[in-house]
Write a protein that binds this ligand. Structure first.
Ligand code: FES
Length: 520
């Protein structure tokens, strides 16, 4: 088809499973279309990660050399392509392997100090954004907006954002996130008929890199050893220059980081689960590319971050994908065989993080994978038709779980076991909410019984809301958490490497869980 006005050749792209169609100029890269509609490009479209896989079910896209290198012959035969390597020349319909991410939110009312006006609590995640409009009079959530972080077009994880900033894109990263969050706030105010002058404050939380990029601070210190920053404190931002539609008397605050890569999302989570008020030893764990851990009780705590890699998010896994339609999210073993459950009850497209943990746990139980992580028979673990795990995939999971459990072990050692066993583990974030706790224990991620592990939901957003509604004490409470939590840099701790090597293996299927609070 030709666009008469401009004389350009136009093609139609249909995105499945949503069925949305749009017209674009021929020659456009397919991944630009996907990104504009919530898709991701984990390596920034550089053709190195496979994260932009799509299955061309109608029309065709040329197979390039790069795609031959990254895709299996079987995948190419089935029509899989890398969107970042495809120029559109004809009408196509494509099925996305990387479905839009799930955003976890709740609207529970915590203790609040009643006051007139409204507030905004915003969780600035590396992948997703969640913004809530809160009525400060009663602590209730009036409205919610969620979105994908627009910075994801330059890479899925914080390391690729740091690389992008290092290439001179820091200002663009700051502008895009402020624009997107500003649009979300403006849409909420309009939807609920709240004049901007009634908005008293905006509280933002996020990891350290999101904090720095949002506040326009240099992320250079975070891109090399010792990965420490001196700019991670509470940032009070000029309201009208941050969000042009706000009045000068609206307080815009990005809450302070706890140290290293442990950001204000974990500070808020600590407040949400009342970790510092706990009588028994309590752990808060956020599982992701960057695993973050807080351990404490009775007013003091330790925290650390550990580079787990992207396996828990289904990235860099040969058939991996985010949790979305077509993803295998649960795997069980029935009569000696693996049985997969797929989101949307459709044909499986790939496997997400919770499915990966389940599949490997089941394979260990069935003796298909040894406790050292070796695939016993053949080179592939068949999870479902067309979805397999390779030896390298299993290694990725071992690296991720070893990083987290070694981090926990170091904090326990620093804490000292004479204080007793860990009473409660809170799992923060979406992955912590969906992971099968028995499978996580089976692979040795948490060395304790399931009865002490609780999913805490989006504790970052809930904690931001709690501090937002704390009246005059709001900033003092945030600073009190910072003063009470000591950051332990794991990279500099020799014990971490020892634990890391130990934790690479999977426990024997019939092994009893090791008691937390006792050296691992
Ligand atoms: S391979 Fe296409 S975005 Fe990474």
């Amino acid at each position: 088809m030709t666009d008469g006005a401009l004389g350009k050749h136009v093609v139609t792209v249909t995105l499945l499973p949503s069925g949305r169609s749009m017209e674009v100029v021929a020659g456009t890269r397919l991944h630009e279309v996907l990104v504009a509609h919530g898709g991701e490009s984990p390596c920034g479209g550089n053709g190195t990660c496979r994260g932009c896989r799509v299955k061309v079910v109608q029309g065709s896209c040329l197979v390039t050399e790069r795609q031959r290198e990254l895709l299996l012959p079987r995948e190419l035969r089935e029509g899989w392509r890398l969107a970042c390597q495809c120029m559109l020349t004809e009408d196509v319909a494509v099925l996305q392997a990387a479905a839009p991410a799930v955003v976890l939110v709740d609207d529970a009312v915590d203790r609040f100090i009643a006051e007139a006006g409204y507030g905004i609590a915003a969780d600035i995640g590396t992948t997703t954004l969640a913004v809530q409009l809160v009525d400060l009079q009663n602590g209730r959530v009036r409205g919610l907006r969620t979105a994908l972080n627009p910075q994801a077009t330059l890479g899925a994880d914080i390391m690729s954002r740091l690389e992008a900033a290092g290439r001179g894109e820091a200002a663009a990263l700051t502008a895009s996130i402020r624009q997107c969050v500003g649009d979300m706030i403006a849409a909420l105010l309009q939807q609920y008929d709240v004049p901007a002058s009634h908005l008293k404050r905006v509280f933002l939380v996020g990891n350290t890199v999101m904090h720095h990029l949002f506040c326009g601070l240099s992320v250079e210190p975070l891109s090399h050893v010792p990965f420490e920053t001196t700019d991670g404190g509470l940032s009070i931002l000029p309201s009208s220059s941050t969000f042009s539609f706000l009045c000068d008397n609206t307080e815009v605050v990005f809450l302070p980081c706890l140290g290293g890569f442990v950001g204000s999302d974990i500070l808020a989570g600590t407040a949400a689960v009342q970790l510092l008020q706990a009588q028994g030893l309590t752990l808060l764990v956020d599982l992701g590319t960057n695993g973050e851990i807080v351990l404490g009780q009775g007013g003091v705590a330790l925290c650390a971050s550990t580079a787990a890699g992207p396996a828990f998010e289904g990235a860099r896994i040969s058939c991996g994908m985010r949790a979305g339609e077509g993803a295998i999210w649960r795997v069980t073993d029935e009569r000696g065989e693996l049985r997969a459950d797929v989101i949307g009850n459709c044909e499986p497209v790939g496997i997400c993080g919770s499915g990966l943990v389940d599949a490997v746990a089941a394979a260990v139980r069935l003796g298909l994978v040894t406790s050292t992580g070796r695939l016993k028979d053949g080179r592939l673990l068949n999870v479902a038709p067309g979805v397999t795990l390779t030896q390298a995939d299993i290694r990725q999971l071992q690296l991720a779980k070893a990083a987290v459990s070694a981090g926990i072990a170091v904090l326990l050692e620093r804490w000292g076991t004479e204080h007793g066993r860990v009473e409660t583990i809170f799992l923060a974030g979406a992955f912590g909410n969906y992971i099968s706790i028995p499978s996580a224990i089976q692979i040795g991620l948490f060395p304790c019984g399931a009865d002490r592990i609780t999913a805490a939901g989006n504790s970052a957003l809930r904690g931001a809301r709690k501090l937002l509604c704390a009246g005059d004490k709001r900033l003092d409470q945030a600073e009190l958490v910072v003063a009470s939590v000591q950051h332990i840099p794991l990279a500099a701790d020799p014990a971490f490497l020892d634990y890391y090597v130990d934790q690479m293996s999977f426990p024997q299927p019939d092994a009893k869980p090791i008691e937390l609070g006792v050296p691992l």
